[in-house]
Design a protein around this ligand. Structure first.
Ligand code: PLP
Ligand code: SF4
Length: 375
């Protein structure tokens, strides 16, 4: 048994075990866990500094999960856009393939609460059928392995999947979506990185939500991947009471760059049944983005996106930088709120070196001149 397997085997999955760490309400917690499984491995539970803190909220079951009357079981309609079980084909050239239903912890806000931690959701047969679909669907160039957490699979099983995908000529890249560097960094062994680097071009997208997760162990895990030539991206979920604060997000994204991880997405919380207590407003997300752009390294600025209920997919959102646009010019607000003008190719008047003064009147015409609108 490898070290990570030992750590994982000592995970807390029962309320009685959780009670040896924290005094939680047995009855209520049991009701939650019966519906949405709990797993907290010893590495992750040790990151909790105080009851109710940012790590606690991500992994300790909360009665709000089962009292939530809102939200959707499958908010992204993954099952609708699914030609074969556990594979979602929504975008033209890429698919999402679930290769496991297990994770190193079960995040209470998970979009796939309906699936993770439940047994026999993903089987060798569903994986095989997914790979078969990819094999015969020539327009697929990019495969995102997800779950569950793909890196909880054994090296052997992972290799079987990667090898099968690698043999498909029309596949350009493979991506692995994994929370392992954050939730069980010990899993990133030499053997694993040696295996993964045989399947380049391979990308890893990890998932950190708070600077408290950026431990020495996490750093070592990320660096091992980077040293194996694997480009690392990160997706963060905007979570109420956890990271809904520009300073926390700034700190997180800056530190991720020092781990050689590029912030890729900041996601608005999905409209998931049982996770509404984690949602912020969209405006809060936009405000955070406004406080990142220009203030910190552009490398640390991700896309802010909402994955739309009903299968609309990810739609990016930007704070509004456009004041006015037409065929002659664009008037824009920079990150500090100052107004500038850029002349279009059809405009012949010389450009002023000074910031532009825009009258109140002009500011209000902004609504009428949407991007791309024809006169
Ligand atoms: C997120 C997602 C992808 C990958 O999207 P990118 O924007 O390319 O990272 C692919 N398929 C599905 C179904 C997804 O939800
Ligand atoms: S690791 Fe990812 S898939 Fe697993 S519970 Fe957390 S958010 Fe969901």
């Amino acid at each position: 048994m490898e070290e990570w397997q030992d750590i994982l085997s000592r995970s807390i999955t029962r309320v009685s075990e959780l009670k040896t760490y924290f005094d939680v309400d047995t009855q209520k917690t049991r009701r939650v866990v019966n519906k949405y499984p709990m797993r907290i491995n010893p590495y992750f539970i040790d990151l909790i500094q105080n009851r109710g803190d940012v790590i606690w909220k991500q992994c300790i079951p909360d009665i709000a999960e089962i009292e939530d009357p809102f939200g959707m079981k499958d908010p992204l309609s993954e099952e609708v856009d699914s030609p074969v079980v556990n594979l979602t084909h929504r975008y033209p050239d890429r698919v999402l393939l679930l290769v496991t239903d297990q994770c190193a912890i079960y995040c209470r806000f998970c979009t796939r609460k309906r699936k993770v931690g439940h047994k026999f959701v993903v089987t060798d047969d569903t994986i095989r059928a997914g790979i078969e679909y990819i094999r015969k669907t020539k327009k697929v160039r990019d495969v995102v392995l997800s779950g569950g957490d793909p890196l909880l699979l054994t090296d052997k099983k992972l290799e079987w999947i990667l090898k099968s995908l690698k043999e498909i000529r029309h596949i350009d890249i493979i991506r692995i979506g994994t929370r392992i560097p954050c939730t069980l960094p010990q899993r990133v062994t030499k053997r694993l990185t040696k295996l993964l680097k045989k399947y380049h071009p391979l990308y890893i997208n990890t998932h950190f939500n708070h600077p408290n997760e950026l431990t020495k162990e996490a750093q070592i895990a990320c660096e091992k991947f980077a040293d194996a030539g694997i480009p690392l991206g990160n997706q963060t979920v905007l979570l109420r009471g956890i990271n809904d604060d520009p300073d926390i997000i700034k700190d997180l994204f800056r530190k991720l760059l020092t781990f050689r991880v590029k912030p890729y997405y900041l996601f608005q919380s999905d409209f998931v049944r049982g996770a509404n207590h984690f949602r912020t407003t969209i405006q809060e997300g936009l405000e955070i983005m406004r406080k990142l752009q220009g203030y910190i390294s552009g490398l640390a600025v991700p896309h802010f996106a909402v994955d739309m209920p009903g299968g609309g997919g990810k739609i990016p959102l930007l704070p509004n930088y456009i004041v006015k646009i037409n065929n002659r010019e664009i008037i824009m607000r920079n990150y500090k709120g100052r107004i500038y003008r850029y002349p279009q190719i059809t405009e012949l008047t010389p450009v002023s070196e000074e910031p532009v003064t825009v009258t109140q009147q002009e500011l209000f015409t902004e609504v009428e001149t949407t991007v791309g609108a024809k006169k």
